[in-house]
Write a protein that binds this ligand. Structure first.
Ligand code: AMP
Ligand code: ZN
Length: 452
């Protein structure tokens, strides 16, 4: 039986077994490439998903894709100009959504088993949800044309606003002001926008129309309340995951909206939050400018995704982790070490799947599992780290760029996994790009073909 820390109850709780488990992960805002801090939170969700699967919980995994918010609108306008439309927005965000999927693949997240839902695909359901909140008195349209959630009304009826942060969250705070932007700080306890009125200057031609709500677009929080409901067909969500920065305001407001409509206790049973990846003691973030993307790391190491995944698993999900170049190098070496153990066959005797399970069932205690189980079992199937032989000097792909580089990296991976059919297909694709591929004793070499 899996035991996990629940942010809501602040206790370790057993996850009860039933027919299936509804697992929801707050997905990325697709206005740019994900940074590796973002990827850590998805690797932790994936570790949870894999553990649920192995434990026989039959998880159904859903993730939203935030393709409409202040940042995606800004990006779409920068690309398509002041006449940008919803179609332009969708085209702009589709690019980063696809890049995100590639990144998930590279850090070995089981992305093909996730149902991704773009927010712009559920617009009628979002409008319906807001209308239902309005009918119950929890939403009101203000003079600025936007529709807001009334924290005051919620608090009168439920008395638990902010419980996810802590019972004393509301102490000393004044409720009343309003906030329309998507991101805000804890001190500004304000009614938040469910539907933001259209403003031609900042939104160009990006809006959806509704007879009561008017021209506008959804606020950030409402999408997750709606997508949970749509994807799980009205069933409660068993486990909801995200990074700790989402506890407030995002998840706090998801709870308020959903409980206002469905009643207390009918939304999410268990909240799972993973801690941040830090650089020099500070949270890695786009706004602080202290971030790396997976592409940055792949410049140095074509297997960076796999190595990064291994390094993420060295710290527990509820612990902060500092990112350094050295940690990546150490992880690369450790993987090569495991490869050596597997090659020698020495590991088989101490193979112990049951014991590894017990480690993970204890709030995803990876070090505990590593100490107990067989390398083969843990790395390949459970932790999802590909065990690769040490790198060879000829495997460099630095000089290559774009699609050819991706293909060369994929072919290296295919060969390491002994998938020679795939490796041959990839060779053909590389050759079609005007390059030649040689497998030498030093490794794979890819060179531009001479034009005669
Ligand atoms: P965003 O695209 O900003 O909505 O973030 C996507 C996910 O990444 C969320 O679950 C965030 O909590 C998480 N996240 C953001 N920054 C970090 C970080 N430095 N370390 C770990 N997770 C992060
Ligand atoms: Zn969310």
């Amino acid at each position: 039986m899996l035991k996990l820390y629940n942010t809501l109850s602040k206790k370790f709780e057993e996850i009860p077994k039933k027919d299936h488990i509804n697992l929801y992960t707050c997905g990325p805002t697709v206005y740019n490439y994900a940074h590796i801090g973002n990827l850590r939170s998805y690797v932790m969700a994936d570790l949870l998903y894999r553990t649920l699967k192995l434990d026989g919980y039959n998880p159904k995994w859903v993730m939203n894709i935030t393709d409409i918010d202040d940042k995606t609108i800004k990006g779409a306008i920068a690309k398509h100009g002041s006449r940008a439309t919803v179609e332009n927005l969708r085209e702009y965000t589709k690019f980063y959504f696809d890049e995100f999927l590639k990144d998930l693949g590279k850090v070995n997240v089981l992305k093909d088993e996730v149902e991704f839902i773009r927010v712009t695909d559920v617009m009628p359901q979002i409008q319906e949800f807001i209308m239902a909140l309005m009918a119950k008195g929890y939403a009101y349209k203000a003079e600025d044309g936007s529709t807001y959630f009334s924290i005051d009304k919620y608090q009168k009826d439920f008395g638990d606003y902010g419980e996810l942060v802590g019972h004393k969250f509301l102490e000393g705070k004044k409720i009343g002001a309003r906030v329309a932007v998507d991101e805000y700080e804890k001190d500004n306890l304000s009614d938040f926008a469910l539907w933001k009125a259209w403003d031609e200057l900042s939104d160009a031609q990006i809006f959806w129309d509704h007879p009561v709500l008017g021209k506008g677009r959804p606020g950030w929080h409402i999408e997750c309340s709606v997508i949970n409901r749509v994807a799980f067909k009205g069933e409660p969500t068993d486990i909801h995951t995200g990074g700790v920065d989402l506890v407030f305001p995002h998840h706090t407001n998801e709870i308020a909206q959903s409980q206002a409509l469905l009643g207390k206790g009918n939304f999410v049973r268990h909240w799972f939050h993973s801690e941040h990846l830090l650089v020099d003691g500070k949270k890695m973030s786009k706004s602080a400018g202290n971030f790396y993307t997976l592409q940055d790391l792949q410049q140095k190491n074509p297997y960076a995704g796999n190595v990064l995944r291994y390094s993420f698993l060295q710290a527990k999900y509820r612990a902060q982790q500092n990112f350094t170049d050295e940690s990546l190098i150490a992880s690369q070496r450790a993987i090569a070490g495991v490869y050596g153990v597997l090659q020698s066959g020495a590991d088989r005797a101490k193979s112990n799947m049951e014991a590894a399970h017990v480690g993970l069932d204890d709030d995803l205690n990876v070090p505990g599992a590593l100490a107990k189980g067989s390398a083969e079992f843990i790395y390949q199937s459970l932790l999802g780290v590909g065990v690769l032989p040490p790198r060879r000097s000829g495997d460099e792909v630095q000089e290559l760029s774009g699609e050819v580089k991706d293909l060369a990296v994929a072919r290296l991976q295919a060969r390491r996994q002994k998938d020679f059919q795939k490796s041959d297909e990839l060779r053909k694709q590389i050759e079609d790009q005007g390059y030649e591929v040689m497998d030498t004793p030093e490794g794979q070499k890819v060179k531009k073909r001479l034009q005669i």
